[in-house]
Structures are given as structure tokens and as C-alpha cells.
Write a protein that binds this ligand. Structure first.
Ligand SMILES: O=C(O)C1=C[C@@H](OP(=O)(O)O)[C@@H](O)[C@H](O)C1
Ligand SMILES: C=C(OP(=O)(O)O)C(=O)O
Length: 462
């Protein structure tokens, strides 16, 4: 299957998903001098998706600054426009969203192209489930392999019907039901996307929809639903979180400042920790406790990460992070921290490959159903770059070099990124700490979450 819909001339920012064209863009990431100065990573991807979705359901104008303008978020913007919202990017970079009101989504005139984005797909399936409209979802080769049964199951219980491809994948057709049926749903997997899909379906469902989370996951949906005026309660009981949303809500438009994405900052935290002489400040990084697991784990490994000017931005804790080179030591990573850093494991594996001694990770089955099988992809990639890695069913065991550079690939082979932005960026970081450089088969997927990653990286190690 082609990477995505071909687009000879990508549309200007804010005008729909920037589809990948058909020519891979390989690059060798060379050994680097110290990373220094001050950088700012783009807006949080999870918050950006939700700002567009909730803004599109409020009556009146929501304004969002700092929104991530990556392809995944642009796919959400295009879908919300196709269902009736008016969404514009102003010249100063602020986004203006005029919503249709809860219950007011229109039937899209064509298939919703979700590109590479699991979050767009699963959250929008939730929104549509309680509207009386039908929609078709398509995606790229990576997204078309990812499991959708995990949202189809609860949303079917609420009354929506689905015709997925064999195996419960995209492309799929769905038909929502209005009024939908409120449910009480215990999450069988630790997934903020599944939780959010049910809560978003609950927005336009009469009565109370309940989600029980045995393992807490990122809570941006809960924070933002409340911020937009939904009636939502959270109870903690014996380590579980019980979330209740009162349906047929009216959302009030908001002014949102999107904090920097900790999942994007992660690449620079690891790079500056590994490259000798580095002293880098990453400004405005979101440190929501359900997202900040990597900072804690790197500190346990000996990293030097200081939080400066801790403050609140858009209802989320934020700080500037000063990270300096430090010798890292391998650890056993507590599996309980996994949901708080689920997207950061690929780059943590790179840190482990350069640490002193052994790092053991477990409980990471969910990594196998991301944009790629991130356990297998990182085992193959790090092995190709000369690291010592053992793949287990639910994690990796990595024996680090103790700070010596990895041999690298040096043109012999190229790392296969499998249309996965996080594999590409993680192995770019590995290249900085290698002898011969690391070759990546394709850097285009980076545009899904961090379009200016390469220019920021090249800029701070000049
Ligand atoms: O809700 C979200 O915004 C996300 C939840 C996580 O996925 P899962 O819910 O599948 O764990 C994460 O991997 C993804 O990048 C964004
Ligand atoms: C898993 C990710 O995103 P999504 O599920 O939205 O494709 C990610 O960004 O690492």
C-alpha cells in the first residue's frame, strides 16, 4: 500500500494533512559535538488533538496557541472541518475554531483520511459513535495494521455499528447512534485513547457514562473536558480511577495555550545526556505526572535534569528543563511507570545502549501495536548500530557500552523505521553518539509529530 495519499504540492500549514510523497528521504545522522543553548519543542500532540475536537464541539470561538502543526494533528483538523467545524490558522500561528455544538457533527462527504494517527482515529470514532451519522476511516500502511477492536468493542455496546477490515483494522465504516446508550466500561488495556473514545462518545449520550481505569493513563481528556465545561467526576478507589461523564453536555469555547510536548522533548533530554559537554535548556515542557515518567527514569539512571521556572500553562504543569551531559547507569525500569512514558521507550532504549551496565524493561506489550512493533523495531535498529540488545516478549534487555560510542551503521545498512516517527528520531539520537553515524531509511515520518526536529537538532549542535 502506498505510504499515504500522494501530494505533489503539500498544502500550506493548517490546510489539511500534509501527506507523504512517494520518495523516501534517507539521512545519516553523524557523531555530534555538544548540544547547547535554548530550544523550544512544538506543542503537545495529545492536547492539540483534543483542543481541535473539543473546540469543534463547543458553540462559539475557541482559540488555541502553540498547537502542534504536525501531520497527525492536521489530520484531526481536516476531519473536524469535514464534519462541519470552521478551523483556521491565523498569520500569527493562533488557531481559531468555530464549533458546531455537541450533537451537531455533520456527516462527512468523503472518507476521513487519518494518515498515520492512531489518536485521531480512535478519538474520532468515539465522537461519531453517539452522533447519528456514518463515516469511513482510512489510513496509511502503518495505521491500517493497528487494532481498532479495542474501541469498536465499547462503542458497539453504546449502539454504534462498525464494518472494519478483517482483523478489526482500517479501512472501516461506522454508523453512530443518537441517542446512544450509556455504559460502564472497565478498560482491558491501559490506553488513554480507548478511555477518551468512550468519554467523548459519552458527551452526546443521555445519562452518565463511566470508565474504570485499573491503571491510570494520561489524563488530558479529563482535564480538558472539565475545562470546556463538561460535568465530569473522577474518583480514586483502591488504585483504580473511576471517571464519570454526564452526557448531553454543552461545551463552552476556550482560549488554550498548548504546552510543549514532553514526548518530543524526550529526544533532546537523551541526546544532551549522552553527548559529552552538552548543556541544553528545553523551554516550556509539559510535565503532567501522567506523562513525565521518562524524566524520572533518566534521573534514576544518573541524568542531570533540572526543572526551572515551574509554572502552569493551559491547566498543565510546565517547566523549562536544563539537561547536562552525565554518565548513565543501567537500571530495572519499574513496569508501573510504563503508561507515563509509553511513547518514550524507543529513545530510552538508546540511553540504555550507552549506559554503564544492564537495563531491563518489562510490561511493554503495548509497544507492539504502535506505529510499528517498537520492541522488535528498536531491537533490530540498535543491533544494526552495534548495541547489545535482547528482545523479550514484553520488553528489551540492553547491555550498555558505559559511554563508549556505538559503532553505528556507517553506510553499510540503513535502519528500517517502518513509518514510525519515534524510531526515526530515536535512531537519529543514536547517530549522534556513534563512531560512524547512523543511517535512517526514511525521515519523512518525523513530520507526523515533530516537523522541525532536524532543524532544531542541527541548530543546537552547531
Ligand atoms: O491519548 C493519546 O493522546 C495518546 C495515547 C497513547 O496511546 P494508547 O492510548 O494507545 O496507549 C499514546 O501512545 C499516543 O501517542 C497518544
Ligand atoms: C503512538 C503514537 O501516536 P498515535 O497512537 O496517535 O499514532 C505516538 O505518537 O507515539
Amino acid at each position: 500500500m502506498p505510504l499515504s495519499k500522494a501530494a505533489a504540492d503539500p498544502p500550506p500549514p493548517g490546510e489539511g494533512p500534509l501527506s507523504l510523497n512517494d520518495t523516501p528521504r534517507p539521512r545519516r545522522f553523524l557523531p555530534s559535538g555538544p548540544l547547547r543553548g535554548r530550544i523550544r519543542v512544538p506543542g503537545d500532540k495529545s492536547i492539540s488533538h483534543r483542543a481541535l475536537m473539543l473546540g469543534a464541539l463547543a458553540v462559539g470561538e475557541t482559540r488555541a496557541s502553540g498547537l502542534l502543526e504536525g501531520e497527525d494533528v492536521l489530520a484531526t483538523a481536516a476531519a473536524m472541518r469535514a464534519m462541519g467545524a470552521t478551523i483556521e490558522r491565523e498569520a500569527n500561528g493562533t488557531w481559531s475554531i468555530h464549533g458546531v455544538g455537541v450533537g451537531g457533527l455533520l456527516q462527512p462527504g468523503q472518507a476521513l483520511d487519518m494518515g498515520n494517527s492512531g489518536t485521531s482515529t480512535r478519538l474520532l470514532m468515539g465522537l461519531i459513535a453517539s452522533h447519528g451519522i456514518t463515516a469511513a476511516f482510512t489510513g496509511d500502511a502503518s495505521l491500517s495494521k493497528r487494532p481498532m477492536g479495542r474501541v469498536i468493542e465499547p462503542l458497539s455496546r453504546m449502539g454504534a455499528s462498525f464494518t472494519p477490515s478483517p482483523g478489526g483494522t482500517l479501512p472501516l465504516m461506522m454508523e453512530g447512534l443518537c441517542p446512544a446508550v450509556p455504559i460502564e466500561y472497565r478498560l482491558p488495556v491501559a490506553s488513554a485513547q480507548v478511555k477518551s473514545a468512550v468519554l467523548l462518545a459519552g458527551l452526546n449520550t443521555p445519562g452518565v457514562t463511566t470508565v474504570i481505569e485499573p491503571v491510570p493513563t494520561r489524563d488530558h481528556s479529563e482535564r480538558m473536558l472539565r475545562g470546556f465545561g463538561a460535568e465530569l467526576e473522577v474518583e480514586e478507589l483502591g488504585g483504580e480511577r473511576i471517571i464519570l461523564i454526564h452526557g448531553e453536555a454543552e461545551l463552552r469555547p476556550q482560549t488554550i495555550e498548548v504546552p510543549g510536548d514532553p514526548s518530543s522533548a524526550a529526544f533532546f533530554l537523551v541526546a544532551a545526556s549522552l553527548v559529552e559537554g552538552s548543556d541544553l535548556v528545553i523551554e516550556n515542557v509539559g510535565l503532567n505526572p501522567t506523562r513525565a515518567g521518562l524524566v524520572e527514569v533518566l534521573r534514576q539512571m544518573g541524568a542531570s535534569i533540572e526543572e526551572l521556572d515551574a509554572r502552569e500553562v493551559g491547566g498543565e504543569p510546565v517547566a523549562d528543563l536544563r539537561v547536562r551531559h552525565a554518565a548513565l547507569t543501567g537500571i530495572e525500569v519499574d513496569p508501573a511507570v510504563a503508561p507515563n512514558m509509553i511513547d518514550e521507550f524507543p529513545v530510552l532504549f538508546v540511553a540504555a545502549a550507552l549506559a554503564q551496565g544492564r537495563t531491563v524493561t518489562r510490561g511493554l506489550e503495548e509497544l507492539r501495536v504502535k506505529e510499528s512493533d517498537r520492541i522488535a523495531a528498536m531491537a533490530a535498529a540498535l543491533t544494526a548500530a552495534g548495541a547489545r540488545v535482547e528482545e523479550t516478549e514484553d520488553g528489551l534487555i540492553v547491555d550498555g557500552t558505559g559511554g563508549d560510542p556505538l559503532p553505528g551503521t556507517g553506510g553499510d545498512v540503513a535502519i528500517v523505521t517502518h513509518l514510525d516517527h519515534r524510531i526515526a528520531m530515536s535512531m537519529a539520537v543514536a547517530g549522534l553518539t556513534s563512531r560512524a553515524g547512523v543511517d535512517i531509511d526514511d525521515t519523512r515520518p518525523i513530520g507526523t509529530s515533530f516537523p522541525d526536529f532536524e532543524s532544531l537538532l542541527d541548530g543546537c549542535r552547531a
